[in-house]
Ligand binder design. Structure first.
Ligand SMILES: *[C@@H]1O[C@H](CO)[C@@H](O)[C@H](O)[C@H]1NC(C)=O
Ligand SMILES: *[C@@H]1O[C@H](CO)[C@@H](O)[C@H](O)[C@H]1NC(C)=O
Length: 987
């Protein structure tokens, strides 16, 4: 990607790159697994580093990476869509966490097929030209069930995240499987993997021997890319010594995770990283392997729009630019696409959506923050001297309120000034000046205009910078990118609308310079070999054409911020840094010079409305196409700026109106009936457990101990009545937002949050004093805890710690015989395609009521919203059609509308996939994403909703099917995910 010197013939350069993205030759898995380290340290020399940056294939780069989780988008076809969006936003990296539990329902059983085919995730990144950071754990945290551990690890006696034989065996089992894919996709095999993380935020209860064990395993399996480690903060854990990686780094979430007061940023940011880095690992690039790109939100939380507001584009400006000022040159934004914690993926505290308020929303839509990230990333990839800087302290007139960090390139005279308010959340608009020393003289800038720093803004100013055939003396506008367009150069600079800007370049001869523009605000002055432009940033983009200054003319495009957000610079040839420039569209995925017609650039992308565009084309290019169709262009200013219009053609999108659909209803909790046959259920008779949860006397009532790990659980206890019994004392143990419902002999006793409840008012009509009684307990679980502090917290039980009869004086033998039931098959999955987190233990789930093709013709007809109060568990089924024509992207959703806060929970099954847990009493999530691929967007779909009443009865509210947005789109084709129906169910 190193920019070469000026090209004499642009059309020649472009002609050489008719294939935009080199698709790596795919060797077989086996062929790629052969070890091939070249370096003396056992590492490949294709990825190296120094104090400044990584070098990949010998080229320095700022690694601008974003976090993406394939398991949070269960539709491999869409992985390509998201990776294209990363590339469009100028990201050059993606970080993948691999989720052990997602691939392993049972010890020794691994699945990498279908939605678990991670080769497709590597390919999606590689095909888009995105480098990959692999993070295989084994522990990954990530707001996932068990923090990514498989559920079966619950039953391990030894501590996880520690060196011991039992844990070593388990970790090795996983790494042996995942390493096959990671090694085969390393850069040395033509793949995208350039860095590999050991463990994850292992900063409490640490164990260097365990770290060494993991390192050795990666090495023995053939990982030859540098290892990294993300300390939970800049604390020095594993920075050096045993367990240390090749490139140490840390994580940072300065805004925290409470989105309920989104504008209350902390008043400060990290200003000590530079010193810490120099002290700690100065010979390595400064890396933040997770930097806050949004925030997760808990059950009952304020919702993701608030998290977005907290971590918005202003946050991106202030905090990310502070990172660069500190010296960060490897930055991974967690999350960049959050996606969906479908089924039983999430840990208890968080709900289904993992939108995260990230740059790309859960349904894959663009945000202002995404565009802001693009502005930053394009700058970082364009302006190379930024990659090799040293800090210096600049002089400014407002150092009392404005923090300015100076960064001087060690190879050229180029210097950068990163300006931000000392108080990060300052809303003040402040004017300031900076003293700069350049090879063209020393100045206080701006010289004849105003330089403004808005509240919650940060700016990177560039001085003394050679680009293309030009020499920039300074600019108070920020640089997006610049290009050699053949006969002239182009640079795009920006600031907020109405702010003044000053842009100065060196000229050969003061008398020969000519400035052309239609923008009245532009003033130019040439003195002592420097042309200085002053202007006001417009609402739009103003071209200023300078001729006679340098070897080549220069087109300066001055953009106001809103306009700058919609400038795109897709690569024509990444290696040579050749980009096309286009303004206007919602999303530009790619640009390529047409194979057949070298005078045409083919753009692909998405629009959300009829869009006026500006295109800046290099010499020799006269035409463009948009998604294959020719666009009528007009050359406005004869300097290679063309305008045109992309017509949004309203699509004929059709989908069933669910409020008018016919539904089928069936009651779904026969387990409450004392006569229900549970003879095939497992008897809960263990007397000891490996769980960390203490328990009272009696058999262990922890579902995990009996192989049931996901979703709803049933416990049925049978006991003989007696005159002594006065009640029960029960304590449920499960995570946040869990609930339980108790029945005695078919009668509802109550629904509760987890914790203790004593039933002391049982009357003789409820209890059978002479014969057998059955107590049925339904536990709505929300997954397992994670293990953030490496103290085995993930082993907290799901079940009951106490289940006693009250009033019984002589309990020599345990009076209640307990049976336990969870998902059908337990660890031997009934549905390996949808996997271990899809279904739980409701009767309907165990019997395939959620699956397409289940024969529901003998079910009762129903309408939604439900008109009747339904006790216990209720199931509703219907089918619906969606028709989204090719060439459009209309991400669909299902939304519940119920203004009551009555306590019920639902499971949303679309084509058999559990796409959402809804809690009518908690919120905040009411809208659920139905990803294309799981959703058939050109045909029929099956919808099944399981409703669990926590109150005595529930009445499901409205259910609405609707798109989030409609885009005319170049979304890649998405194959339907194999969704086996009821006929394929293993019974
Ligand atoms: C607890 O751990 C021990 C030792 O690994 C094992 O033998 C036992 O089966 C485990 N208990 C359960 C309930 O899995
Ligand atoms: C820019 O102009 C558009 C259309 O005239 C207007 O809707 C928008 O509010 C303006 N933006 C600013 C920042 O002035």
């Amino acid at each position: 990607m190193l920019l070469k010197g000026a090209l004499t013939s642009i059309s020649l350069a472009i002609a050489a790159v008719t294939t935009v993205i080199a698709v790596p030759v795919r060797l077989s898995l086996e062929a790629r697994q052969k070890s091939d380290s070249n370096g003396t340290n056992g590492l490949t020399d294709l990825v190296t580093w120094d104090t400044h940056t990584l070098k990949v294939n010998g080229e320095r780069l700022f690694l601008f990476s974003g976090e993406f989780h394939y398991y949070r988008l269960p539709s491999p076809g869409l992985w390509t869509d998201i990776m294209q969006k990363f590339k469009a936003l100028d990201y050059n990296g993606v970080s993948f966490y691999f989720f052990w539990g997602y691939h392993s329902p049972k010890r020794g059983v691994y699945d990498f097929t279908g939605i678990r085919d991670i080769q497709k995730a590597f390919d999606a990144a590689a095909d888009s030209g995105i480098h990959v950071i692999t993070r295989a754990g084994p522990y990954i945290n990530s707001e996932l069930d068990c923090g990514g551990f498989p559920s079966w690890l619950q039953n391990m006696q030894s501590p996880a995240r520690k060196y011991n034989p039992e844990n070593k065996e388990a970790s090795h089992e996983w790494l042996t499987e995942i390493d096959k894919y990671m090694t085969a996709n390393q850069i040395t095999k033509g793949g995208p993997v350039i860095l590999n993380q050991i463990e994850n935020e292992f900063s409490y209860n640490t164990d260097a021997e365990y770290m060494e064990m993991l390192k050795a395993k990666f090495r023995d399996d053939g990982m030859v890319v540098p290892t990294i480690f993300n300390d939970v903060g800049p604390n020095g854990n594993f920075a050096t010594g045993p367990g240390a990686p090749d490139i140490y780094g840390w994580d940072n979430y300065p805004a925290g995770f409470d989105c309920s007061n989104p504008l209350a940023w902390p008043n400060d940011r990290s200003t000590d990283w530079r010193d810490f880095h120099e002290r700690t690992n100065g010979e390595q690039p400064m890396a933040v392997y997770e930097f806050q790109g949004g925030a997760f939100d808990p059950w009952g939380g304020p919702g993701y729009p608030e998290c977005y507001k907290m971590v918005n584009e202003q946050y991106a400006k202030v905090y990310y630019k502070n990172n660069y000022a500190q010296g960060i040159r490897i930055q991974n934004l967690y999350m960049t696409y959050g996606g969906t914690s479908w089924g039983g993926l999430p840990k208890p505290s968080v709900y289904t959506s993992y939108d995260y308020g990230a740059a790309i929303t859960e349904p894959g839509l663009m945000t202002t923050k995404a565009y802001e990230n693009k502005l930053q990333a394009a700058f970082l990839h364009t302006v190379k001297p930024f990659l090799t800087t040293k800090y210096f302290k600049p002089e400014s007139d407002r150092s009392d309120i404005i923090l300015i960090d100076g960064l001087a390139d060690v190879n050229t005279p180029t210097k950068f000034y990163v300006a931000q308010h000392w108080s990060t959340k300052s809303e003040e608009l402040d004017e300031f000046h900076i003293k700069i020393e350049t090879t063209n003289g020393n100045f206080e800038i701006p010289r004849s205009s105003k330089l403004i720093l808005n509240g919650r803004d940060a700016k990177i100013l560039t001085t003394d910078y050679d680009f293309n055939s030009q020499h920039l003396v300074y600019s108070t506008s920020e640089i997006f990118t610049h290009q050699d367009a053949g006969s002239h150069d182009v640079i795009i600079v920006y600031a907020y609308e109405k702010e003044e800007g000053e842009f100065a370049i060196k000229v050969k001869d003061d008398t020969k310079v000519k400035v052309e523009t239609n923008d009245d605000s532009v003033k130019s002055e040439t003195n002592d070999g420097i042309l200085q432009l002053t202007y006001t940033h417009p609402n739009g983009t103003s071209p200023i054409y300078i001729s006679g200054g340098a070897e080549k003319d220069l087109l300066v495009l001055v953009a106001g911020y809103q306009s700058a957000l919609r400038w795109w610079a897709p690569y024509l040839n990444e290696k040579e840094g050749k980009r096309a420039l286009i303004n206007g569209p919602y999303l530009v995925r790619s640009a390529a010079v047409s194979k057949d017609d070298k005078s045409t650039v083919a753009f692909t992308g998405d629009i959300d409305e009829t869009t006026d565009i500006q295109v800046v084309l290099p010499d020799g290019i006269k035409a463009i196409t948009w998604n294959g169709e020719k666009v009528q262009l007009e050359e406005k200013d004869k300097h290679g700026i063309y305008t045109g219009t992309l017509e949004f053609k309203k699509p004929d999108i059709k989908y069933t109106d669910l409020t008018k659909a016919t539904w089928k209803y069936k009651a779904g909790s026969p387990e409450t009936d004392p006569k229900f046959d549970d003879s095939k259920w497992i008897t809960a008779d263990h007397l000891s457990t490996n769980s960390t949860t203490p328990h009272d006397a009696g058999p262990i009532l922890y579902a995990d101990d009996y192989g049931f790990h996901t979703g709803c659980l049933w416990f049925r206890g049978t006991f003989n009545g007696s005159s002594e019994i006065t009640g029960f004392d029960l304590t449920a143990h499960s995570g946040a937002a869990s609930a339980w419902v108790a029945y005695l002999n078919g009668e509802y006793l109550g629904g509760f949050d987890v914790g203790n409840h004593a039933f002391t008012d049982l009357n003789d009509t409820l209890i059978n004093r002479e014969g057998e009684n059955v107590i049925s307990l339904l536990l709505w679980t929300t997954g397992h805890e994670d293990d953030f502090k490496a103290d085995d917290d993930y082993k907290q039980a799901r079940g009951f710690t106490k289940a006693e009869l009250l009033g019984v004086t002589n309990q020599t033998t345990w009076p209640i015989v307990w049976k336990v039931q969870g998902n059908f098959g337990g660890e031997d999955l009934a549905d390996p395609v949808r996997g271990p987190y899809n279904e739980g233990g409701l009767y309907g789930e165990r019997n395939g009521w959620h699956l397409p093709g289940f024969p529901d013709n003998d079910w009762e007809d129903a309408k939604i919203p439900e008109s009747k109060e339904r006790t216990g568990v209720s199931w509703y089924r219907t089918t619906f059609d969606v028709n989204i024509p090719d060439g459009y992207d209309a991400p669909m959703s299902l939304r519940y509308v119920d203004d009551t806060k009555s306590r019920y929970r639902t499971l949303l099954y679309v084509n058999g996939w559990n796409l959402g847990r809804y809690a009518n009493d908690l919120g905040p999530q009411t809208q659920y994403y139905l990803p294309k691929g799981i959703l058939n967007t050109q045909g029929e779909n099956t919808l099944a909703i399981g409703v669990v009443a926590i109150d005595e009865a529930a009445q499901l509210g409205q259910v609405i099917l609707e798109p989030y947005d409609v885009l005319q789109s170049a979304i890649p084709s998405v194959e339907l995910v194999d969704s086996p129906g009821y006929d394929k169910r293993q019974q």
